[in-house]
Ligand binder design. Structure first.
Ligand code: TRP
Length: 359
């Protein structure tokens, strides 16, 4: 078995992603989108602009969309299992508030609720080597940044489980950031090896899934230097009030130059705030900077507060309504799980047949 190569080029992934993007608009039914998040907390505006808006757009185009909540994956590097259920429900509230509409074709579910899919983990583990698991660059980075003293086997094997997440429903498009590309490589490798090994006399069971890379530039936190993240304390949460949003923006880091210009290299903090305005209004960040000019950081922050609160107002109102309706949130998850199980059972049948295990 030829060892997997994690270094396949970013440029190739970008080119494939662009092709899919152009085609998916006219041929939505050719695709099945599978995306997911770990239930580690509520979502912030980085998630909103970076991925939620895109999921809403794809589902509204008519692309079958599976939104998976990776609850098992939390156990790879977090001890906080007490919060998983609560975080799962908060994720669903954020999804629905952002405009995801669950239906026959748009489903939301935790992967722990789909036993027929999880069963694929066992044959899939036989299709990769230990060294391939331990060389995964994203896993290595996560171990490093979480400062783990001992690493459980789930940490090394979750990319195989992520292949299960994607392949059980024959997902062929996975909207992700660059950090997830090694996992996509793993999913493609498993699909290919399965088909080669077990499907010489039948039709291939699995497609080779591709990444759909986000067009939104990565959104920095309000400190302007690191990626926005709740744990770094530099995020604006979707559930924040308008006053909290204003206070956070007021404290955001800028620089000593009073005249506002758009210069992402030399003035990353100011550029990030301009980019956020641009994401709300659709205007060019350069133009926004020129309009503010000598208005300085004060006017920049005031404008951002206004447009961001305007943009999020309907979402936040829906959010508050949904918070009052926990039974509905639970039902969305149960319906989604039910539908995912039907899909998984069909795939599991095909897998058993291919592997010659039907009794
Ligand atoms: N690994 C992803 C993350 O850390 C979450 C995830 C699990 C996922 N399964 C997935 C993402 C399947 C896309 C597709 O954010």
């Amino acid at each position: 078995m030829q060892e997997m190569n994690y270094n396949s080029s970013y440029e190739t992934a970008v080119a494939i992603s662009k092709k899919i993007e152009a085609d998916i608009v006219t041929n939505p039914a050719k695709y099945r989108v599978l995306t997911g998040d770990r239930p580690t907390g509520r979502l912030h505006i980085g998630h909103y602009f970076g991925s939620l808006q895109n999921r809403v757009r794809l589902s509204k185009l008519g692309v079958p969309t599976m939104i998976l909540i990776a609850d098992y994956q939390v156990l790879t590097d977090h001890d906080a299992y007490q919060e998983i259920s609560q975080n799962t429900k908060q994720l669903v509230i954020d999804y629905l508030a952002a405009g995801i509409e669950p239906s026959e074709n748009v489903i939301i579910y935790p992967h722990s609720y789909v036993p027929e899919a999880n069963q694929l983990m066992i044959p899939f583990l036989t299709l990769v080597s230990n060294s391939e698991l331990s060389r995964n660059p994203t896993v290595k980075e996560e171990i490093h940044s979480a400062g783990l003293k001992s690493v459980n086997a789930g940490m090394y094997t979750y990319p195989v489980h992520q292949a299960v997440d994607i392949l059980f429903c024959k997902g062929n498009v996975v909207p992700v950031g660059k950090d997830q590309l090694p996992h996509l490589e793993m999913a493609r490798t498993i699909a290919r090896r399965f088909n080669e090994k077990f499907c010489s006399n039948c039709v291939p069971v699995f497609p080779e899934p591709q990444a759909l890379l986000s067009k939104t530039p990565s959104i920095m936190g309000l400190d302007g230097t690191q990626k926005m993240s709740k744990s770094r304390g530099n995020a604006i949460m979707l559930c924040a009030t308008e006053d909290e949003t204003a206070a956070l923006i007021k404290k955001a880091k800028t620089d000593a130059d009073r005249h506002i210009t758009y210069d992402p290299i030399n003035r990353p903090e100011v550029a990030n705030l301009l980019m956020l305005i641009s994401l709300c209004t659709g205007e060019d960040p350069q133009l926004i900077a020129e309009q503010i000019g000598d208005g300085g950081g004060g006017m920049l922050k005031k404008n951002l507060t206004e447009v961001l609160n305007d943009q999020l107002r309907p979402l936040r109102q829906r959010r508050m309504q949904l918070e009052k309706n926990p039974d509905y949130i639970r039902q969305v998850l149960l319906d989604g799980s039910q539908r995912a199980r039907e899909i998984a059972a069909k795939t599991l049948d095909e897998v058993r047949t291919a592997m010659n295990m039907v009794i």
